[in-house]
Design a protein around this ligand. Structure first.
Ligand SMILES: NC(=O)C1=CN([C@@H]2O[C@H](COP(=O)(O)OP(=O)(O)OC[C@H]3O[C@@H](n4cnc5c(N)ncnc54)[C@H](O)[C@@H]3O)[C@@H](O)[C@H]2O)C=CC1
Ligand SMILES: C[N+](C)(C)CC(=O)CC(=O)[O-]
Length: 491
């Protein structure tokens, strides 16, 4: 049975949470008095469906069911996670938390998205303070892994650990803020930058566009991968952090910032900022900007994933979890029935696999088939340990046919038919499906090699035996449609 999450307040952040839970297989119930909530969440979900699933190299679980409720008791029935994302007003949060605690399961987690209130403030007057924690996410909640998990002394450690485990299972990075403080960690940093930026605009030093360039062309890129302190350690050169602090520490006393002064929020300042922002970005709608942001974030996150670094390492860990729960692990000996083509890949098409034609680029078909061949190799015993011992396969020839288009977020599955597996040769025929529709085929001849001599060599007896069993079973199947096809010479 699916797990149930209830979203209280389905605006920008509640919508993001709804998408994060739904796409990870949870049923989601939304409680929000706004008659537009369903439309707004639908639009957030559409963005999430094209961007989130492709971050994983393994398919996410089937999407959960989404429903909208005007009755609080109905909305929280069966929910093990309740996420409060109503506007940032303490009295409103208290009201909603009182309502929900009157009807929810006392063992459910109630996470608050609050940007700045401490858990002990939210817990004031609560029927069960121990049930309420801060789980502060970052926009877009469905893509960014960070969630600040803040507890008070009223929260038992085992409940906090349980909340952390649930957030990890959603592919998030719960940063446990050990000491509660207004605005947690990240919003204190963001506010410092925002405050200084408002001064720079007010004083006519820079426009909103110039400030954004100052961030995104330089330190914003650094921050995405090494943060502040690691970046500054490197900036200290070989002498590292001590040298950096000796050189730049004194600047903290110089008038480089106006940090603690708050510029007065006059109508003039609001108009100045909003006007410059319109001039900078008004040519794009918010939904267009969101899509551009998501495209960029997916590219950055997947680049970090290739490095196994920062937020990319979180994605890698989630893949390990997803793979462990799928049929894409193990060896041929452990598979009873190999009488049908074997599933060797199941994943969503990542946004950065699509091109100017708005569909999956041809190079990515080869990548998907290559990943499927890797899985087939592993299945028969040519795994990482075997390769480290000096044996492997090289691909000698490939033929790919494109039968239908695939788009970002589509779940594709490759089923592999072993046409021949004998001696040094492994002849594979992959068919890529979206649902029941074949979208492409890939035929590949692989040759077993010695990585020492770089020449062909016989595989291990185990690989031979596994291939023989699968080849005998697949030999009884009709030859797949398109096997042996080639592009004939022009007549
Ligand atoms: N917008 C952002 O960048 C971030 C906001 N947050 C926090 O998330 C929370 C929500 O912020 P946003 O989503 O930006 O606000 P929002 O204004 O986009 O959404 C709030 C939603 O709550 C609904 N609502 C109002 N009263 C309600 C009630 N009594 N019961 C149920 N729903 C009710 C509204 O109809 C609206 O849909 C705030 O605590 C905010 O500090 C956290 C991270 C980032
Ligand atoms: C501006 N903000 C305080 C609402 C920002 C956040 O809380 C987190 C974010 O996503 O930037």
């Amino acid at each position: 049975m699916s797990k149930v999450a209830t979203i209280l307040g389905g605006g920008v952040i509640g919508g993001g949470w709804a998408a994060r839970f739904l796409l990870n297989g949870w049923d989601v119930r939304v409680f929000d008095p706004d008659p537009e909530a369903e439309r707004k969440i639908g639009e957030v979900l559409a963005n999430a469906r094209r961007s989130l699933p492709g971050l994983s190299d393994v398919a996410l679980p089937p999407e959960g069911a989404l429903s909208f409720h005007s009755d609080m008791a109905e909305a929280v029935a069966g929910a093990s996670w309740i996420q409060e994302s109503v506007p940032e007003r303490l009295e409103l949060k208290h009201k909603v938390l009182t309502q929900v605690q009157a009807v929810c399961d006392p063992t459910a987690v109630i996470g608050s998205s609050t940007s700045g209130f401490k858990p002990s403030e939210l817990q004031q007057g609560a029927a069960r303070p121990e049930q309420i924690v801060v789980t502060h996410p970052f926009n877009p909640v469905y893509l960014l892994p960070l969630v600040e998990l803040v507890a008070s002394p009223a929260n038992p450690a085992d409940r906090v650990a349980g909340a952390k485990a649930t957030l990890e299972s959603l592919g998030m990075f719960p940063l446990h803020v050990r000491k509660e403080i207004d605005a947690h960690i990240a919003d204190r940093l963001l506010e410092a930058v925002w405050r200084e930026s408002l001064w720079l605009v007010k004083d006519g030093v820079a426009t909103t566009a110039e400030i954004d360039e100052a961030i995104r062309m330089g330190f914003g890129l650094r921050w995405a991968q090494m943060g502040l302190f690691e970046t500054y350690r490197v900036a200290g050169g070989e002498a590292g952090m001590k040298h950096f602090m000796a050189q730049f520490g004194p600047c903290l006393q110089w008038p480089w910032t106006k940090l603690m002064d708050v510029p007065e929020f006059t109508e003039e300042l609001v108009d100045l900022i909003a006007g410059q922002s319109d001039a900078q970005s008004g040519h794009m709608s918010i939904r267009e900007l969101e899509r551009q942001r998501d495209d960029n974030l997916v590219g950055i996150l997947r680049a970090l994933k290739a490095q196994g670094w920062g937020a990319g390492a979180v994605l890698g860990a989630q893949d390990v979890r997803l793979k462990a729960g799928s049929d894409l692990t193990g060896y041929a000996e452990e598979m009873g029935d190999v009488s049908q083509p074997i599933v060797t890949l199941r994943r969503a098409v990542p946004l950065d696999w699509t091109d100017y034609n708005g569909h999956m680029n041809e190079s990515r078909y080869l990548q998907a088939f290559c990943d499927a061949s890797d899985r087939f190799m592993e299945l028969v015993g040519c795994d990482a340990d075997y390769i480290a011992s000096g044996g492997s396969y090289f691909t000698a020839e490939t033929h790919i046919r494109h039968l239908a288009e695939a788009h970002a977020g589509d779940v594709i599955e490759v089923r592999t038919h072993l046409l021949m597996g004998q001696g040094k040769k492994m002849h594979l025929f992959h068919t890529m499906y979206r649902g029941d529709e074949a979208v492409a085929t890939g035929e590949h001849m692989l040759i077993h090699v010695s990585l020492e001599t770089r020449r062909s060599s016989p595989p291990s007896a185990r690989i031979e035996a596994n291939m023989a069993r699968i080849a005998a079973a697949h030999g009884a199947l009709p030859l797949p449609e398109g096997a042996g096809r080639f592009i004939g010479a022009p007549r």
